[in-house]
Structure formats: structure tokens, C-alpha cells
Design a protein around this ligand. Structure first.
Ligand code: GLU
Length: 380
């Protein structure tokens, strides 16, 4: 028979139960409070926004270690409207900006980022922040550079190719000249009139140079020297053939390199732009010889240092360059082609986009946008 439970023990249990429930409830409340304090959406909204950007004047300019420029000032105004602080992350090129947004290392990116269908497929863009497009930048200030055949001929004479070939010829003639000198000087009626190294070697070098360029005008007497002479004459034929081919190629390249007055003149030219930019796709299409640069400044310097024939890049950036640092040393040619718009990039589905668009349109409706624009590009 089961023993009846003593009445006291059941009372004791019913006394303990409410205390443990209260303790659990209190613990739960404290936990919920802690979670709310650290993770509440209100708190998340006040976290700094990580904004990826890159130096591309005048959209993004670095002055004494601080960022400024059209895009930066526009973003600062948007950030103020959103009541959010910004932490800028400066990256080297546009591809890395897009990657940072794609990999969640940045909440958004703003610089001179063109809106393209391919990028729209991978990201979300804001409303356009500015119109842009591609344009060509060349050296000099003259409106029309006339072809000057005399100058081109002089350039050819002092070109690297010609100097290299001259150097090779000089080194090459030392070999038969020495062989000729050693063998022929011992022969009583040989073509080297003296046994002394100087001036004997000069006679031998003169013979070797003459034989290389034209024909041997004197035949050596010693049988060994004759073998050297025949071999050297064959070498001369091959050398002249190669040299002529090089010269013809250089002349042809120079002829192709007429002045650049528009996109149609870019074919076959060495054209620089920035790495991963929309201009790279364009230059690949038009079959230009493309050189990509990370820094925009390096791109302009390469043009001024004659490393490239032209620059194809964003028209607003080129316009700024020709009126600032590049004034008097470079100019744009032709119209703006390949029209594009700049936008702010977000990861697909970012809730920020709507807020940013609202702020942006608000700035456009007030005169704030216009003021920032005029500060960097002048009055339209
Ligand atoms: N508009 C160019 C692009 O989006 C700019 C590239 C750059 O910043 O170098 O591709």
C-alpha cells in the first residue's frame, strides 16, 4: 500500500515553487533588457555607416589628409539628413569599391561610380547623382596639331629602336674586327697595314663596319681572314634585312600615329585609363592598346611623360584636370561620348537605398545640391 504523503511536505513544495518562477522571470527580464540595450534596431541605426570611396578629383579629393570633393560633400549632406555618422574607407580602384560593397565590408560606395546594366545586375544603385560620360584627353594646348614630317623624321633618327640597333652593330663589329686584326696583320700584303693594336684595330673596325653596311671593298689575303670575311658578309645581309624591317615598322607606326581628334582616332593608339573603369570596356571594343592605372594622378602623369598617346576617362574628371593641375599641358578633344550617370552603390536589397534616395531628392529640391555642384564644377 502506498504510504500517504505527509501533509507538511506537499505544503513545503507549494511554498518553494513561486520563488523559483519569480527568479526565472527576473532572470528572463534582465536578459531581455540586455539584448534590447545591445541589439535594438534604434541602436543599430545609430552605428556609423561604412562608406567606401576612392580618390578621383573632383568627385573625391584628398586635401591635407581629409576627404572632400563633390561626391564626399554630397554624401556628408545625405548623411546629415539621415542622422547617421560616416566612416570612410578609401580603396584603390572602382573594382575594389564594388567588391567591398558586394562582400559586406562597406554599407555603400560613392565616388565616380557609373551606373551600368552589368553593375545594376549585381548591386542596387541610388538615383543618379550626376551626369557623366567618357572623353579623350591629349597633351598640348594647340587646337589642331598639324603633322610635321621633318620633326617625325628627326624623332625616328633619335628613336630608341634606332639607337638600340646602332649599339648592337657596334658591339657586333668588334668580333670580326679583332679576328681580322689578329690574322691579317701578320700577312705581308694584308689589309691591316700595322702590327700594333692601335691603330691596327681601327683599320679592322672600319673594314668590318663597311662590310656590314654595304660590301667588302677590300678582300683580306690570309685564308683564315677570308673565311671570317665571308661569314661576316653573310651576317651583314641578315643584319641589314632585320634592320630594314625594324625601320619600316617604326615608320609605319609613326604614320598611323596621326593626331587624335576623336574616338575614331583611337584605334591602334596607346590609351590609358583607370583599372576596372567603364572606359576599359570601351577601349577593348575599339581595339586601342590599353594601359590601366590605379591612381588617377599616375594616369595623367603617364600622358604628360609620353608613356601613352591619350587618356580616355570620365569627362567631369578630365574637365577638372584641364582647368586645374593640367592647365596648359593637356586638353580634351572631341565631344563627350558614351554617356553615363554616377550613382551610389548598395548591396542588393539594402534598406538604406530608399532613405538615401529620399535625402538625395530632398537636396536636389532645395538648392543644396546645386551649391555643391557649382562649388566643384562652376555654374552650368
Ligand atoms: N566612372 C568610372 C567607373 O565607374 C570611374 C572609374 C574610376 O573611379 O576609376 O567605372
Amino acid at each position: 500500500m502506498p504510504r500517504p504523503q505527509p501533509a507538511t511536505s506537499s505544503r513545503a513544495r507549494s511554498d518553494r515553487l513561486p520563488w523559483s518562477v519569480v527568479a526565472n522571470v527576473v532572470r528572463g527580464l534582465v536578459w531581455a533588457l540586455l539584448v534590447c540595450m545591445t541589439w535594438s534596431p534604434a541602436q543599430a541605426e545609430t552605428a556609423k555607416l561604412r562608406v567606401a570611396t576612392r580618390i578621383v578629383p573632383p568627385m573625391v579629393v584628398e586635401k591635407n589628409g581629409t576627404l572632400t570633393g563633390f561626391s564626399i560633400e554630397l554624401w556628408n549632406s545625405i548623411g546629415r539628413q539621415l542622422n547617421r555618422e560616416t566612416e570612410y574607407v578609401v580603396l584603390p580602384d572602382v573594382r575594389e569599391l564594388l567588391d567591398a560593397v558586394g562582400h559586406g565590408q562597406a554599407d555603400l560606395a560613392i565616388a565616380a561610380i557609373s551606373i551600368t546594366s552589368e553593375r545594376e545586375d549585381r548591386f542596387d544603385f541610388s538615383q543618379p547623382i550626376m551626369n557623366s560620360g567618357l572623353q579623350i584627353l591629349v597633351r598640348g594646348t594647340a587646337v589642331n596639331v598639324e603633322a610635321n614630317p621633318l620633326r617625325e623624321l628627326a624623332q625616328l633618327f633619335f628613336s630608341r629602336t634606332l639607337l638600340v640597333w646602332l649599339g648592337i652593330a657596334l658591339l657586333l663589329i668588334l668580333v670580326p674586327a679583332h679576328l681580322m686584326f689578329l690574322v691579317e696583320r701578320t700577312h705581308h700584303s694584308g689589309i691591316i697595314p700595322t702590327r700594333n693594336y692601335f691603330p691596327g684595330i681601327f683599320h679592322a673596325m672600319f673594314w668590318a663596319a663597311g662590310t656590314l653596311a654595304t660590301q667588302a671593298d677590300q678582300m683580306p689575303r690570309h685564308w683564315m681572314a677570308r673565311i671570317v670575311a665571308v661569314l661576316w658578309m653573310f651576317t651583314g645581309v641578315v643584319f641589314v634585312a632585320f634592320y630594314t624591317a625594324q625601320l619600316t615598322a617604326s615608320l609605319t607606326v609613326q604614320q598611323i600615329k596621326g593626331p587624335i581628334n576623336g574616338p575614331q582616332d583611337l584605334v591602334g593608339k596607346t590609351v590609358g585609363t583607370t583599372r576596372g573603369s567603364t572606359a576599359t570596356a570601351y577601349l577593348n571594343e575599339v581595339k586601342a592598346q590599353m594601359v590601366e592605372f590605379e591612381k588617377v594622378d599616375d594616369l595623367y602623369n603617364a600622358l604628360l611623360n609620353h608613356e601613352i598617346d591619350a587618356v580616355v576617362f570620365d569627362a567631369p574628371a578630365l574637365l577638372y584636370y584641364t582647368t586645374h593641375d593640367g592647365r596648359g599641358s593637356a586638353r580634351t578633344v572631341g565631344e563627350v561620348f558614351h554617356k553615363e550617370d554616377y550613382g551610389i552603390v548598395f548591396p542588393t536589397g539594402s534598406p538604406l537605398r530608399k532613405q538615401v534616395n529620399e535625402a538625395l531628392l530632398g537636396l536636389r529640391e532645395s538648392d543644396r545640391y546645386q551649391r555643391i555642384y557649382e562649388e566643384w564644377f562652376g555654374k552650368r
